[in-house]
Design a protein. Structure first.
Lengths: 260, 289
């Protein structure tokens, strides 16, 4: 039992082998094998339609909620195959997700961040207050919204809403954070602030960051995977890839901006 | 260089012609509404009085008021609402939030469309067979209201489902990704943001049942009753049937009385519609995204 726990503790945050994803029979991603080590920022780059988002959806079992989506191969989170989790809701609770376009839920800022705790049954107002303040501070949003926690989250600016969704994801107390092109609708200054936040969060959780900005991956990710038209071209140390050490010439071409 | 060619000029005049045509057709819509209301107010207006609204008919329905019919219609609509709303909303929630796209779902959708297409007189016969005879409710408010409820069920389902679909899928996904179940997502995100549309749609659709005649004439509405209904198992008079009766079955009814009945009936429906529209405007003002 103890040995098993040690093994689980040593297992990579995400371990994927021979992953294939289909939508209604149409292959979206195939032959993906990679490991995401714990407490690292793992970058996934690639042009549109290369299967990056599908990969994230397979990790937290969104295939259950997506009509027509099927997943083959194995996906393990912290040493445990995701399909063997007793219930997918518990799995998703451990995995925070941030979407490309910020989704401020149509409720107050406070309720946006308190929602996850409420779903888990926390009713005590002072407990919720603590969670809300802590998560908003960690998402670098507290100072801007502390005086209007009762106004609507969906009325914040795009950059603020994106930090709100990060605060909401953090309120799940996740061990893995999945970011899907989080900076697509965010101004550069806010992007830099969020990147600083991510660098700090690395100590506490594993972050998988899908991005179409290759320099963002270079700034943050210790390892980077390159997806292209539904296949994993290669995965390696970010610096090695950017220093010209990529094994596949398509990777080099993409990193140099020759396509994509 | 930028002068209009003959073709440009022709396109422009054709464009103007079609615009006028469509505008004219749209204005035609207003005409029947204005005429109906105008005639009813002009000819039925003199019949309206407190006595007309608050006393039962007398002298073989040639004099007196319409109180039992008025109260009866309220009973019928309210009981129909109580029956159709829970079932309709639950069905719409299933179809919108849970149902996979498979053969069963497609069969259910087909059934809803067909149910909406059943003529009201056929619903009436179904009501007689099912509620009056089989369930032994007799001719009663209960039987008539359940018949009305079945008739309105498809529109309640369709309007509710449309309201649910106005909530963006991104909201649901964000909630699911936090580990929320479908029901938690419905309760916390979907319903709070669609309840206004659901309620207004339901009020609008059900208010139309106030005017239905065929489904209730065999199942619970009676020709004449001097008493107000005391329970759902009583028979009752109803506005729509009363109008039919005094217009076609009773001799020597003063001419303004049927118009007065029609005016009260249409006022009830319009009041419900007005309420629904006001409600919608109010809630739209508070829309959160």
């Amino acid at each position: 039992m103890v040995a098993g726990q040690d093994q689980a503790a040593a297992a990579p945050a995400i371990d994927v082998a021979d992953l294939a994803i289909r939508y209604g029979g149409q292959l979206a991603l195939a032959g993906v094998t990679l490991q995401v080590p714990r407490n690292e920022i793992f970058g996934i780059i690639g042009p549109a339609n290369s299967g990056k988002t599908s990969f994230l959806r397979a990790v937290n079992r969104m295939d259950l909620l997506t009509p027509g989506m099927t997943v083959e191969g194995s996906v393990s989170v912290e040493g445990k195959e995701v399909r063997s989790w007793r219930n997918a809701y518990a799995l998703r609770r451990r995995i925070g997700v941030v979407f490309p376009l910020p989704v401020g839920l149509p409720m107050t800022i406070y309720e946006n961040v308190a929602l996850s705790a409420r779903l888990r049954g926390t009713r005590n107002r002072s407990d919720l207050d603590v969670i809300v303040e802590r998560c908003l501070r960690r998402a670098a949003l507290w100072d801007e919204v502390k005086d209007r926690l009762d106004s609507l989250g969906s009325l914040l600016s795009g950059g603020q809403q994106q930090r709100l969704t990060i605060a909401r994801a953090l309120s799940q107390d996740p061990s893995i954070l999945l970011l899907d092109e989080f900076s697509i609708a965010v101004d550069p200054v806010t992007t830099m602030r969020i990147e600083e936040v991510l660098a700090e969060l690395r100590a506490e959780m594993t972050i998988v960051m899908v991005t179409n900005l290759v320099q963002q991956a270079r700034r943050l990710a210790s390892q980077t995977a390159f997806f292209l038209t539904g296949e994993l071209v290669e995965v390696g140390e970010t610096e090695t890839l950017f220093e010209g050490g990529a094994r596949d010439e398509r990777t080099t071409a993409y990193l140099e901006g020759k396509f994509g | 260089m930028f002068e209009a060619t003959a073709r440009n000029r022709r396109n422009q005049s054709v464009e103007g012609g079609f615009r006028l045509l469509f505008l004219w057709m749209t204005c035609m819509l207003i005409l029947p509404v204005v005429l109906i209301l105008g005639v009813l107010i002009y000819r039925g207006g003199p019949a309206i009085s407190y006595e007309f609204l608050l006393t039962p008919p007398t002298d073989g329905m040639t004099a007196g008021g319409i109180l039992p019919a008025l109260i009866g219609t309220v009973w019928l609509v309210v009981v129909a609402l109580l029956a159709s709303v829970p079932v309709g909303v639950a069905a719409a929630l299933y179809l919108s939030e849970y149902a996979p796209d498979n053969r069963l779902t497609r069969a259910i959708n087909l059934a809803i469309i067909n149910l909406a297409g059943v003529p009201s007189i056929v619903h009436a016969l179904f009501g007689v067979g099912a509620f009056v005879i089989f369930f032994r409710f007799g001719t009663s408010i209960l039987a008539a209201s359940l018949t009305l409820a079945i008739m309105t069920l498809p529109v309640v389902i369709v309007s509710t489902r449309e309201s649910l679909q106005t909530v963006p899928r991104a909201f649901r996904e964000a909630c699911w990704n936090m580990g929320a179940t479908r029901w938690q997502t419905i309760r916390k995100v979907v319903l709070p943001n669609s309840i206004s549309g659901i309620l207004t749609g339901v009020i609008l659709e059900v208010s139309r049942t106030a005017g239905e005649t065929a489904p209730i004439m065999f199942t619970g509405a009676v020709f004449f009753s001097p008493f107000l209904p005391q329970s759902v198992l009583d028979q009752t008079m109803a506005m729509s049937l009363h109008l039919f009766v005094i217009q076609t079955q009773v001799p020597n009814v003063p001419e303004h009385v049927p118009f007065g009945v029609a005016l009260v009936l249409i006022s009830m429906v319009l009041a419900m519609n007005g309420l629904s529209i006001a409600f919608r405007v109010y809630l739209r003002g508070r829309k959160k995204w």
